[in-house]
Design a protein around this ligand. Structure first.
Ligand SMILES: NCc1[nH]cc(CCC(=O)O)c1CC(=O)O
Length: 317
């Protein structure tokens, strides 16, 4: 029986290649399924000014695609899982978390360097992420952080044209765009923690669309699902969104998994870490334990301070 599915995608280069890779995976497993593409413009693509972490409302990049799914104008949507809010939209589900190859962040430097230590004193590093900024400052207090926005190719352009010495980006995005030659070095994800679910693609569908869910579920990778469940649970349990200075990284080895996470002041002065092992069968429980550990160790204070700063609209960090 042949079927036609419609995928909703944003227009950016990365969104399009990510969607194409999911279409290819579906085609491989279900040669009889035809997939059509519906392009959608999101708030996040239109707005070039807003500093992301000031937004109370999460889902800047993803909510328009969710609207399209709920309106039955498409059958599934492909998201960078780290961009998807932890609180699911009612009626929608993540039917597949695909295999994750590159969870790490990486550095692209104007003068190629092999490590963070090799960047010159006071080097100017482009990032608008509180998570990346806090870790950079924690490791190298002398670095000057410069806000940078735009999609991946735009940011790489700003590195080459502008007065930046380096930028930090997710390795996954660079690899998917076939730009790995631009990478100076990759961070050890245990030392420089990625965003929860970074590098994983999530395929979202309507909960009640059984025919689509049956097809999409064949793309699910259980170790990626389990690792990202634990990582995202850290955010859920701390009640903070994807723009908080919080990182999490889980590795699954058979029945056991390890989850590491941190929360930091944006200055990087205080950076609290936690790392625990647990059964792979209970990723949410492990995520909650690590979150509680961080909150009890001072994370609650950090979150309260951050909330105050955001209310003041102080986006200078
Ligand atoms: N914040 C935007 C965003 N969302 C997903 C990726 C990269 C791909 C991924 O993490 O799956 C990026 C770019 C970046 O952080 O460098």
């Amino acid at each position: 029986m042949s079927r036609v599915l419609t995928v909703a995608t944003r227009r950016g280069d990365l969104a399009v290649v990510q969607t194409q890779s999911i279409i290819a995976a579906i085609r491989q497993r279900h040669p009889d399924v035809e997939v059509r593409i519906r392009e959608v413009t999101s708030e996040g693509d239109r707005d070039r000014q807003t500093i992301l972490w000031q937004l109370k409302d999460t889902g800047f990049f993803t909510s328009r695609l969710e609207d399209v799914l709920l309106a039955c104008e498409a059958d599934f949507a492909v998201h960078s899982f780290k961009d998807l809010p932890t609180r699911p939209r009612e009626g929608l589900t993540v039917a597949a978390v695909c295999r994750r190859r590159y969870p790490e962040d990486c550095v692209l430097a104007r003068e190629p360097v092999g490590s963070l230590d090799a960047l010159g004193a006071g080097a100017r590093v482009g990032t608008s992420s509180l998570r990346r900024g806090a870790q950079l400052r924690h490791l190298r207090g002398d670095l000057e952080l410069v806000p940078i926005r735009g999609n991946v190719p735009t940011r790489i352009g700003k590195l080459h044209d502008g007065d930046l010495d380096a930028i930090v980006l997710a390795r996954a995005g660079i690899e998917r765009l076939d730009l790995a030659a631009e990478i100076s070095f990759v961070f050890d994800p245990h030392r420089f923690l990625p965003a929860p679910a970074q590098g994983a693609l999530a395929v979202q569908t309507r909960c009640n669309d059984e025919a689509t869910n049956e097809i999409v579920a064949t793309l699910d990778d259980p170790p990626a699902r389990v690792a990202t469940d634990a990582e995202r649970e850290v955010l859920t349990a701390m009640k903070c969104g994807c723009h908080a200075p919080v990182g999490a990284y889980a590795e699954v080895a058979g029945d056991e998994m390890v989850l590491a996470a941190f929360i930091a002041e944006p200055s990087g002065c205080r950076l609290l870490r936690s790392r625990m092992a647990g059964p792979s069968a209970k990723p949410h429980e492990l995520g909650r334990k690590v979150a509680r550990d961080l909150l009890d160790a001072g994370g609650r204070e950090i979150l309260d301070e951050l909330e105050k700063d955001r209310d003041k609209g102080d986006g200078t960090t």
